[in-house]
Ligand binder design. Sequence first.
Ligand SMILES: [Zn+2]
Ligand SMILES: [Zn+2]
Ligand SMILES: [Zn+2]
Length: 982
Amino acid sequence: MADNQTPETKVSFKDTLNLPHTDFPIRSNAKIDDPAMVARWQSEELFSASFSHNKGKEKFILHDGPPYANGHLHLGHAYNKVLKDIVTKSQRMFGKHVPVTPGWDCHGLPIEKKVTESFPGLSHKDLKVACREYAAKWIDIQRQEFKALGVLMDWDRPYLTMGFDYEAHILKAFGKFVTDGYIERKNKTVPWCPTDQTVLATAEIEYEERKDPSVYVLFALEQKITDQMFSDLHGKSVNLLVWTTTPWTLPLNRAVLMRPSTEYVVLDVNGVYVIVGKALADKVAALLNVEKKISAEFNSDQLSKQLPKVHHPFVENLMTPILLDNSVLVEDGTACVHSAPGCGPEDYEVGVKNNLEIFSPISPDGKYTKGIEPKELEGMSVADGQIWVLKKLTERNTMLFKTSIRHPYPHCWRCKGGLIFRATKQWFCDLSRNNLKTKALEATNTISTLPEKSINRLQATLEGRLEWCLSRQRVWGVPIPSLICQKCDYTYITPELVNKVADHVAQHGIEYWDMATEQELLPENFKCPSCKGTDFKKEQDILDVWFDSGVSHFAVLYDSPDLAFPADMYLEGKDQHRGWFQSSLLTSMVIEKEPAMRMIVTHGYTVDDKGRKMSKSLGNVVTPQQVVDKLGTDGLRLWVSTIDWSNDPVISDKLTQNVQEVFRKIRNTCRFLLSNLYDFDIALDSVPLDKMHVIDRYALQKLFQVNDDILKKYQAYDFTATFHALAEYSSVDLSAFYLDIIKDRLYVEKANGLERRSAQTACWYILDTLTKLIAPILSFTAEQISDHYQKHKKQSIHLQEFAQLQDVWELLKKKSGYIDVQSQPFGRVTARNVGFGTSFDAHISRFIIEQESQWDMLRNIRGAILKAIEPLREQGVIKHSLEARVIVFFDEGMPGRDQLHNFFTELQHAGQTIEGFFEEFCIISQFVMQHNTGDHLEQSEYKGMFIKVEKAQGDKCPRCWKWGQSDDADKLCHRCAKIVRK
Ligand SMILES: [Zn+2]
Ligand SMILES: [Zn+2]
Ligand SMILES: [Zn+2]
């Protein structure tokens, strides 16, 4: 019988039906219900309870990577945290102890910049205090926003990288690096503003158009190599033609670069022989306004074998090497590139790679200093040096051509002046020390990754890492506890000093460094070992924030009584391969001598439906709140589950519609189940397996399989597959099949009779299992549903375990047939058997396979019968399948006929009739099985089954709408009459 219809007869039997009823609303009112649920969890102390729940059992540690405590959450944050929440909620429901400590990254430039803008001119100490307040404000806001998403973590006890204890741990970790000799202070080339006399962070650099000279300079190749390589030129001089727009850096030249394995030519430019990339010869000739005359050709590999050098264009007696480097392109210039490692960022990298001198005699205010050649440059500003160099090149006849160029050039965000690059003393972690990089690379083989191939990315970024510069010229961060000799630049740093500072920082925070005096930090009567000087100053640089968050395994996990080291999982966006994953791995290899994590899971970046990264300038930013407004919190969480690890999470209309549709389907399915269990108590009313209708047993077997399957998906962190399996189960197996079939029994049969209780028993198990399966994802909905069906509910659904079901057919067979299973409950609440790897006896496993194929056959037969009814409906002979009478004959040669007979026997054992079974199974009024002949019947879609469909005979029962013979005054069918006229 169909929903929401009342019989059309005069006498209404509506009140005699068990019509569905529940207070669980059809639609959730997310705006009101979601915040109310968070408030309830808060008052139930669920957040802290989730931390200690299952204490003593197997642990699962997901170590939360700290977001930056600045600004509202964006969708990427929400996506990441919900994923972590799905992982940890599901692991907890497997019975593990899953304490989750959330974290925040607090130090660093963005906060310092914001605070400096609002309060300029603060002392270092006051600036730190103000930054603390600023970070604390945003931590509170983000905490509320995470909670609102239903994320279950120990929110009242997070780890903050600005906590005094954490700051002290950063220093203790740094102390271990100092002890083991990883820390060194040496030159690094950095972007520098000579006006403000400061280094600039990437975020502080602005690019603006600027006009610069564009000069083509001759670097003469050493003559003996010229003679070997180009003997045809008979001793003439050959030059590398180098293009530069920063002539002032030429005195700092330390190499000329060419591209490896690339064709070069010697061009004759009016008697001057110059080497340029072959692919650029036409361009160069055109620029110089000469005819292209090629005197020789060669491959750069050929030349490099000779370890050649070139003469500097104006520094006497200076010869610099020719090096091959892939950074040289053959698209612009000459493919011969001037390299000054002390004043260019790319040059610096080439310099580090090739062991060149990081030569940078440039003062903070942008003047050449002592050590510069030629000496007459000393004390000259680099701007004047620019003109000096051009004059010198002309004088020496080493400039082939000069023009000017307009190009984007880096400028200072503060004073808008052009930047220079100069080398300054920075702190480094020596990655080659104790083979740190090699060891870390080897250790990656012990870390499992998801997606699997992301291991390559981790290894590639690690391999590509040249160095780790640990210092930043900032205030809001952990000081590098060392003292610098003001006379000779000697650096005083010892493990004792670092640990002493750490102890004070544990008491006073990093503000201690501003309060401490040099005298109290240095040993008594300390003299510089290098120059005997006594004037020392505290280092003002702070540690890279990646070091802060990178040692969280040491600060948070290592000594914790509740957590554990190493973590089972680190789960972040794939950009963290070069960020947090790497800094965590490197530091753990030094501190704990093993990787901080067993598994690294990575996900993509949130993008719009065109695959573009969300950005303010594109105007395509979607906030978590916008998604929640549209889908509800659980809708957002369900969306998270739909995205495969290897894809970028997309927000598109199509996807959100699909999510909405699945959410609605699952919710409605649960609501239907709830609405038919209002008078059912599993402890009192459940029917033992052997007494159940066979279709109910089949539903439970299906449930067992689905549960088993989805739990495996949770174990594999395959939430996309979980989403699809839940969607399919709800719509295909339940809504369109089983629940449709049993409606008649639920509504019509005697309320507390076996027929209805059998179906209700199955419904209860389905609801309980399904609610638990959706709980990690649809967290609010699952809590609400369980409020309704769990009588005397004691604890949140999130502290309960997944349903542990048993294989129905295994149970039945073990008890030899279909009897004797009376006392056997289907679901076990305590046993830890989720159906994995259960070993079957051979005959049991054969029995299960037989049952499987038997039900496949029955579903196919059902399909063929429904198909045969369809034409009558189209012709208008009947309106609903319930008005049909179906006559079938199963032919001798029908495939699976023996199985069908076995099934009939099973029905008999269960006290059911063949007709009754098929009438319910196909939702028809009359089923007739002919035994002798298929004459007058037609071959159905199912081979060997012959069929005839006609309008049902007799009267329509006003109560159940089934057709049949009736001797009742109101035309009630026999079944209904028995119930109503007791
Ligand atoms: Zn500036
Ligand atoms: Zn000194
Ligand atoms: Zn009836």
